[in-house]
Design a protein. Sequence first.
Length: 307
Amino acid sequence: MDLTLQQLRLVLAVHDAGSFTLAGDQLHLAQSSMSRTVREVERKLGITLFERTTRNLVITPEGSEFCRVARRVVEAFDAGINHFEGFLAGSRGRVRIAALPSLAAILLPPVASAYRAAHPEVELSIEDGMSDEVLQRVRSGAVDLAVTVVPEPLPDLQVRPIATDRFCCVFPPSHRFSEHRRLDWADLAGQPHIAFDPTSSIRQHAERAFAAARVRPDVVLESRNITTVAGLVAAGLGVAVMPGLVLPLIQFAGLEHRALGSPEVCRRIAVVRDPHRPLAAASQAFMTAIGQAQHSAEASPPETTWL
């Protein structure tokens, strides 16, 4: 049946007002226009919606059922348009973020908290993964944005640097390194080393720094998990190198750290998106929230600098 939304609204107005004249007054339409519209709907439906007398307008059983259906349709349409207007304004919709575990745990929570306070009706999801996994999710469109470490140019993606963190050596308080005010990568030569898994961006940065310092680390154990590496170091099995943003995650282990120099190595942390996929307003607002966090952050994690 080819009925318009406007026709449904007019029929409901007549039903609710109980009069063509009153309904017309409410909608600023002539009584004759209202009557003509209802007759056209009745013709298309092949039923009588209202029994007309000189004094009364009585809804028929068929008309009553039709009005129940029409009201659901109109309310659903209005709710959908209301949602869509919110989507366009950035107050509704969803934002999907992928991030490295350390960034998801340390960098993003205050941003997400401020964003949710300003956009309570937006569905926000944050999923963590290794660097290659995070970038793949952006490229596939599985997420809208990624917050990750970008060690090299990504010509197919848009990269907006937001922070850097410096690499440090972590060790138990009883280790002789606790007597040093600073350490260089060369100082780690001959030390049992707890390394991250080769798929980790931390491991990749560390290997380049060791190569630049002409040091070959004595790797005794490997792990993909940050807390596992910290636990192994705390047990005295070796030292490890970690970037500054990881340090808050290993406080349980009671380790000390020293920033590493010569060469000084920093990770570049960035928001990454696919420039070929237009961002919805809600996602653009999340990028704005990250920018606000950069400018309002009272304190950064150790060895970490907002750009």
